[in-house]
Design a protein around this ligand. Structure first.
Ligand SMILES: [Zn+2]
Length: 348
């Protein structure tokens, strides 16, 4: 009789109420901060814990303005701030990620996502609320206009629906959180789109084609940015001549192609201004100083010291959408460092 009564007591509930139970000790341990930094330019504390979560505390109001989880890490998370460079570093396990605090948006949730991921692996795209909204409306209009196109391909229609629904859910969730946040927290707010890499790439590539065919909308740079980010996660796989032009959406990638540029003594036609004006230096180039535009078909050679990249681009290709200032997939330098992949630390 006595033992039966004992069995009716729920052991789980009993255990949770006991602060000296081993499980209670574990949950207390997960709340421990592993490291924290203070950023004078942001006037906030960023606190990392050993369960890979982090909190941003506004020093002025002493309130938590953002919380997040550093995806991709395992174990204790360590944070370091380089004041001279205004850069944040987060390390976890064998990964180190970096973000510049000068950017308008600081994407910390994906700071530990590595640059190389297998094709069928799940990846997370972190977007600010404006870009996520633009992407959402671009995909919605694709859904409306592409019915005849996708009807021939049920897989791509299903994928588009999946991406659209996942993005809609993530977007609504972020918007719902926005009202609860103080003004300072908006900077830290992001929409997280987590899906299979290959599905995202194929859906967004189709969306890019359809958006370009329609009115050249403001969603084009967003599509260019996310496609470039996805491509950079698989650089070794997609590194073919046909994809070279597509990868050149990004000013950073264009800049890197000028490593062997022969005119480093010129006043204007230097790597920085050339990349900014839309040019890249193709690797397969036979002419030493051949420069191509990432969006139009212009290809310029025999650069002279008095040539200026923008005016040469305009002179030889006045109909280029980038020259005309239309919406293109161009991703400016400033955007890139907000989403760069994490580095893997290897030991001998
Ligand atoms: Zn052009």
């Amino acid at each position: 009789m006595c033992s039966e009564e004992m069995e009716n007591v729920c052991p789980g509930k009993e255990a949770a109420a006991d602060p000296f139970h081993p499980e209670a000790a574990v949950s207390a341990r997960t709340l421990l901060p592993t490291s924290f930094v203070y950023s004078p330019s942001l006037n906030c504390l960023i606190v990392c814990t050993n369960d890979t979560s982090l909190q941003v505390v506004d020093v002025h109001s002493n309130s938590v303005i953002a919380t997040g989880t550093v995806a991709g890490g395992s174990g204790g998370t360590f944070i370091k701030f380089l004041e001279n460079e205004d850069k944040l570093f987060i390390a976890c396990g064998n990964r180190i990620g970096c973000r510049s605090v000068q950017n308008e948006q600081i994407f910390l949730n994906t700071i530990l996502q590595v640059a190389e991921v297998p094709k069928h692996d799940t990846v997370t795209l972190e977007l600010d609320i404006v870009k996520a909204g633009l992407l959402l409306s671009a995909l919605e209009s694709c859904m409306a206009t592409s019915s005849t196109l996708t009807a021939q391909n049920p897989v791509s229609e299903k994928n588009l629906t999946n991406v659209l629904m996942t993005l809609r859910t993530a977007y609504d969730k972020t918007v719902a959180n926005m009202d609860k946040l103080p003004m300072q927290g908006i900077k830290w707010l992001s929409v997280l789109l987590t899906m299979e890499h290959s599905v995202l790439t194929s859906v967004l590539n189709n969306a890019l084609v359809l958006t370009k065919a329609g009115s050249r909308g403001p969603a084009l740079p967003v599509l260019g940015d996310v496609l470039q980010r996805l491509a950079s996660m698989q650089r070794s796989v997609t590194d073919t001549v046909s994809s070279e032009k597509r990868l050149m959406f990004n000013e950073v990638d264009r800049l890197e192609t000028f490593n062997s540029w022969p005119h480093m003594d010129y006043r204007w036609a230097l790597p920085g201004p050339m990349a900014e004006a839309g040019f890249y230096h193709p690797t397969s180039s036979t002419a030493e100083d051949r420069a191509m535009c990432f969006t139009c078909s212009v290809c310029l050679v025999c650069w002279e010291s008095s040539d200026q990249p923008w005016s040469e681009h305009k002179r030889h290709s006045s109909n280029c959408s980038f020259v005309k200032g239309d919406h293109t997939e161009n991703v400016p330098l400033s955007v890139y460092s907000a989403t760069a992949g994490a580095q893997i630390v290897t030991t001998k």
